[in-house]
Design a protein around this ligand. Structure first.
Ligand code: SF4
Ligand code: SF4
Length: 374
């Protein structure tokens, strides 16, 4: 039976899905317009919740379809479960990068939740060594690669816990320093066909990527996110030309400011820090553990180098058999004991490189009254 289907959103991907439904997919679906999760959207041609509910009740719409819109998809799915009872479908990223004629549409299973995002260090060390790196990569003096086998074990567990993952970011350290990065990409795409897959790089090795890596990036529809630090600004034009010529999707952002927020005495208010924290939505997966942010995995380096003695905690053991994805999501949205080591405000400073001789704990410590950003 042909389903009458409405598409979520108003951007390019949503409009592109509408075109596919009217064209290549017309044997399976009939397009019924775009909608948003707002009560009413008068005079835009986009349906709001009220209109959509009425049309579903009248049998004029049978199903809803989501494009891959990054990490917010997890929350959008939760809201759909609250508002509507009709089937919800999701268009996987390979609709756009794939070459086959399949539709790559999956039915959302409300029995398990979605995870908004996880990040993963394919190595901990870096070739940029920024002062006050939020992942403490500048404190690694020796190469520190993570194991593909451990990663595979952990992502298979994530697959069991969740119906889907919206966004996966492979980073470091500098991920292009890992000669196995292409294997991480293929494995990730194999296990999570639904995820938007990104690598995050400082660009130093970008123009020297070997063919095996370039092919894996293209074949897995990976997006390359380049954080351009001041030494690499003159190369930005080359990055663009290179990636466009290789037919690789990318985002470039300038990173010339860093911030300090660490309170080594642990005298902050954890609730306030968490409520104001934008890192809390960048969940990090590491060796059987998942945390809201990178801090629980960075603190051991600060302890070791600066003799701090802070209790290493703040993660969730993903193999705990009493946990399901719903409980994991609840805990990821809850402050931990480690949050009292963060200020709710940020002290901004100009980006600098650091070497062993000039780095200090002060590179991370928040000072009241300096250049603050709430
Ligand atoms: S490039 Fe990124 S990972 Fe490397 S030191 Fe700078 S902030 Fe840290
Ligand atoms: S420890 Fe808490 S407040 Fe600090 S970065 Fe992580 S989530 Fe944010």
């Amino acid at each position: 039976m042909k389903r009458k289907i409405a598409v979520y959103g108003k951007g390019g991907m949503s409009k592109n899905l509408m075109q596919r439904i009217s064209g290549k997919w017309k044997d399976s679906f009939e397009p019924c317009g775009l909608y948003m999760l707002e009560e009413d959207i008068p005079e835009t041609g986009i349906m709001g919740i009220r209109e959509l509910k009425n049309k579903i009740a009248a049998g004029q719409i049978h199903a809803l379809l989501l494009p891959p819109l990054g990490k917010e998809i997890a929350d959008i799915i939760e809201k759909h479960q609250m508002y509507f009872e009709c089937p919800l479908f999701y268009a996987e990223p390979r609709v756009w990068y794939g070459t086959d004629e399949e539709m790559h549409i999956r039915l959302i299973d409300y029995e398990r939740p979605w995870l908004s995002v996880f990040e993963y260090h394919v190595n901990d060390h870096c070739n940029m060594n920024c002062r006050g790196c939020g992942h403490c990569s500048n404190l690694y003096e020796e190469p520190s690669f993570t194991s593909l086998e451990v990663y595979e074990r952990d992502i298979k567990r994530i697959r069991e816990l969740y119906d889907g993952v919206s966004l996966i970011r492979l980073l470091g350290g500098e991920p292009l320093m890992n000669p196995e990065l292409y294997r991480f990409l293929y494995l990730t795409r194999d296990i999570f066909p639904e995820a938007q897959l990104h690598i995050v790089t400082n660009g130093i090795l970008l123009l020297d990527m070997p063919d095996v890596l370039l092919n894996s990036i293209r074949n897995t529809g990976t997006v390359v996110d380049i954080s351009v630090y001041p030494p690499m600004v003159p190369k930005m034009g080359q990055f663009r030309c290179f990636l466009e010529e290789k037919d690789i999707d990318y985002h470039i952002s300038i990173a010339d400011k860093f911030y300090r927020k660490f309170l080594p005495e642990g005298n902050g208010c954890k609730e306030e820090a968490f409520a104001n924290c934008f890192s809390s939505e960048n969940h990090l997966l590491s060796d059987g553990k998942l945390a809201s942010c990178a801090m629980p995995f960075a603190i051991d380096k600060l302890n070791m180098i600066y003799g701090l003695g802070i209790c290493e905690s703040g993660w969730i053991e993903i193999n705990d058999c009493n946990l399901d994805g719903f409980e994991l999501n609840r805990r990821l949205k809850t402050p931990t004991g480690l949050c009292k080591y963060c200020s709710s405000k940020l002290e901004m400073y100009q980006w600098e490189q650091s070497v062993k001789e000039n780095r200090s704990l002060d590179d991370w410590i928040y000072h009241e009254g300096h250049y603050d950003r709430q």
